[in-house]
Design a protein around this ligand. Structure first.
Ligand code: DAS
Length: 326
């Protein structure tokens, strides 16, 4: 299934400069003839857009389609899309698609008009993984650069180089070499969310930074968001001058505290200052363990969309599951 992105981008004579997503899934498969030796493939062109234009509604539609294909007996699904939001879309699919067949999300960093495009190799690798029985029941996977990552851990860690994806907290689950798929680690599937009818809730994401005078964080509460994720300093801290605004907001909507560092997890019981993790928890903010801000925002959006009354409990159990509570 193709959604657009660099892997599908070419020069369009109607656009003055640069490439745009024009190729469909069938074009991508036709351009990678080795796929025919790996699997019998059916293609669906769902969207042709930059990944920053995708919405939660697009992903819910895609998840429904994937589930119906599993019901029809398809062994695995590959989704190709832009890499800019891939760490978010893959995690959303992880939470939206009930586990059954293998689900692999992939893309490319170099478009087909550049020397050394990585799209065909990534697509072939993604199909290989999707056709592998051992890749089922792992939730959504991300395959690029011959590495297999769990959607829950992966992040885009470089703006341009072909090896752009990494899983800082866990490393990849496996790799591809020649025609072999290697899975050296397994994760348990996560409990899924089922969106209710209607539009996706609006969840804001705010990153803490040095010297912020709190004028924007004070404004967020007046903008009508359904929830907020704060990427705090280090182990999950905010400036003391944020505390009043966040406490007030947390009485009305879920407010999550993540770490802006990109790895590790939010603390529980170490710092006692105003705006530290103990203070924020006492004021009703929810810690999200090892989920980064982007993934915490995906999780909160889907939790609110599925079951607004129990969103806080859903987030707490999901974040502990991702962190691998023993
Ligand atoms: N950065 C481009 C890509 O990797 C554009 C996009 O995300 O759609 O596909």
């Amino acid at each position: 299934m193709s959604l657009g992105g660099t892997i599908a981008a070419e020069r369009d004579p109607n656009v003055a400069r640069g490439v745009t997503a024009t190729l469909a899934a069938s074009d991508l498969v036709a351009g990678t003839p080795q796929i025919a030796e790996v699997a019998e493939v059916t293609t669906v062109a769902l969207r042709q857009m930059p990944s920053g234009d995708l919405t939660f509604e697009d992903l819910a539609e895609l998840a429904t389609l994937v589930s119906s294909l599993y019901d029809e007996g398809i062994d695995g699904v590959v989704v190709t899309q832009g890499t800019d939001t891939l760490e978010e879309t893959a995690f959303a699919l992880d939470l939206l698609v009930p586990t059954s067949g293998a689900l692999v999300v992939s893309g490319a960093m170099r478009n087909p008009t550049t020397p050394g495009p990585d799209g065909p190799a990534n697509l072939l690798g993604a199909v290989r993984v999707a056709a592998t029985a051992a890749a089922r029941d792992l939730g959504a996977l991300v395959v690029l650069g011959d590495e297999i990552h769990a959607a829950r851990f992966v992040t885009k860690a470089h703006a341009t180089r072909p090896h752009a994806f990494a899983s800082p907290n866990a490393g990849p689950l496996g790799w591809l070499v020649e025609d072999r798929v290697r899975l050296v680690t397994r994760v348990k599937p996560l409990v899924g969310f089922t969106p209710r009818p209607g539009p996706a809730p609006a969840v804001a994401l705010y990153r803490c930074s040095l010297g912020d005078d709190a004028r924007l964080i004070g404004e967020i509460g007046r903008l009508g968001y359904d929830g907020l994720v704060v990427e705090g300093f280090g182990g999950g801290h905010v400036p003391g001058r944020f505390v009043a605004a966040l406490s007030e907001l947390a009485t009305r909507v879920p407010v999550l505290i993540a770490s802006r560092t990109g790895a590790g997890e939010v603390l529980h019981d170490t710092y006692g200052f105003a705006g530290g993790e103990i203070d924020l928890a006492a004021r009703g903010l929810l810690r999200v363990a090892s989920l980064d801000g982007l993934k915490a925002r995906v999780a909160l959006t889907l939790a609110l969309w599925s079951d607004r009354d129990h969103a806080a409990q859903l987030i707490t159990s999901l974040s502990e599951a991702v962190a691998g509570e023993c």
